[in-house]
Design a protein around this ligand. Structure first.
Ligand code: 3PG
Ligand code: MG
Length: 402
């Protein structure tokens, strides 16, 4: 499919694109699994005696999370266990000087690549390859490594421009994510394939369901999308409560598709039979879906639902998770999400856990990543891969014939 780190050799000048895009709170960049994952690729490059220059992005212009990468350098250094120098420039004189003064085995991180005007326009690879940014940096390197799978759905200069002008290789994260996330489309499983679908982005989930059909034997629904399907099935569930805005507009945008899916695949779609809410005393309580009233805020699936879903998982050969079943950040409402993850962890099936937040539940509740075949660090790219869409940055790597 693409060449990997095994094919580079040693002692080269390597430009590597990582995805270190992280949550930022009050200007502080939060540590997260992207640093640990990408550190493996960087460490391998260091050990092979390459000069390693890292490109990455953070936030978008206009957002609070659009900050410098100086803090990222320190976080990355901890995981790579080697110093990571930082230069607050991308392709100007300061950056070129810093790149040229690197020694073998040294690592340099360039400034937030989205601070360069050439980066962000969504353009075809050929146009990006011809940008001043790519034309200035490329001659400083022998090859390009793309490890930023989770940004591969963006046709940005740092992702699609360089593979046209430099020999290109997939990093370890790119390799692992590509293989796991495309397995619905590319692999045969010896038994039922199940999808656990939840989270707050109902439209994404419905896109996934619409794009897949015969590949999936069971859909287990929770979160906002689970409630919207219950609404379609005639329950008083899935309505905005108070001044909330999560349900009604997603319902309006997707009602027809939800009704069609339920009519055509109702026998394969399992919906929650009970849900959890917060009592006046701040406790978790559960209620069968028949008993819910439109005015009741719901925060998780109930224990009967978890039991039913766990039975399906035990019979599955493969399970793909996209989105959480409840508001797991609050310990009282984590039972659904964590219960399902535990069922997957203890079943001998091929399993992929994705959708940014869901993988955070693994961390938060001390589940071991080793129990899953793959825990994705991608959001938008994961959804597109599940639905069989190609990703511009992956496509251009696969075509590489430099
Ligand atoms: C992400 O964190 O989702 C990726 O890095 C892509 O970032 P973007 O959604 O701002 O393009
Ligand atoms: Mg995103």
């Amino acid at each position: 499919m693409f060449k990997t780190l095994d094919d580079i050799g040693s002692g080269k000048r390597v430009l590597v694109r990582l995805d270190l895009n992280s949550p930022v709170e009050d200007g502080i960049v939060k540590d997260n699994r992207r640093f640990a994952r990408h550190a493996r690729t960087v460490r391998e490059l260091v050990e092979a005696g390459h000069r390693v220059v890292v490109m990455a992005h953070q936030g978008r212009p206009g957002r609070d999370s659009f900050v410098s990468l100086d803090q990222h350098a320190d976080l990355l250094a901890e995981y790579v266990e080697t110093p990571v120098a930082f230069v607050d420039d991308i392709c100007g004189e300061a950056a070129i000087d810093a790149i040229r003064s690197l020694d073998a085995g040294e690592v340099l991180l360039l400034e937030n690549v989205r601070m360069c005007d050439d980066e962000l326009p969504e353009k075809p690879p050929e146009e990006h390859a011809d940008s001043e940014f790519v034309r200035t940096l490329a001659p400083e390197f022998d090859c390009y490594v793309d490890d930023a799978y989770s940004a591969a759905h963006r046709s940005h200069a740092s992702l699609v421009g360089f593979p046209l002008v430099l020999p290109s290789y997939a990093g370890r994260v790119m390799q692992a994510e590509y293989e796991a996330n495309t397995s619905i489309a590319n692999r045969e499983f010896d038994g039922p394939v199940t999808m656990v679908l939840g989270g707050a982005k109902a439209t994404d989930v419905i896109d996934v369901m619409s794009a897949l059909d015969d590949e999936i034997d069971h859909y287990l629904l929770g979160g906002i999308v689970g409630e919207l399907f219950l609404r379609a099935a005639g329950y008083d569930v899935g309505y905005d409560v108070g001044d909330g805005e999560l349900y009604d507009h997603q319902w309006e945008n997707n009602e027809a598709r939800i009704r069609d899916l339920l009519a055509e695949r109702g026998n394969r779609i399992l919906l929650p039979v009970d849900l959890a809410y917060e009592t006046d005393d701040g406790e978790r309580a559960e209620i069968p879906v028949e008993g819910v009233e439109k005015t009741q805020p719901l925060l998780d699936v109930g224990s009967q639902t978890v039991e039913r879903y766990a039975d399906v998982i035990e019979e599955s050969a493969a399970v793909f998770v996209k989105g959480a079943l409840g508001v797991f950040e609050d310990e009282r409402f984590a039972d659904g999400t964590v219960g399902l993850l535990e069922a997957i962890a203890t079943t001998d099936c091929f399993s992929v856990i994705g959708g940014g937040d869901t993988s955070r539940a693994i961390e938060l509740y001390g589940l071991d990543e080793e129990y899953f075949s793959h825990v994705s660090i991608a959001g938008g790219a994961y959804v597109r891969a599940l639905t069989g869409q190609s990703l511009p940055a992956v496509e251009v790597m696969a075509q590489d014939d430099c």
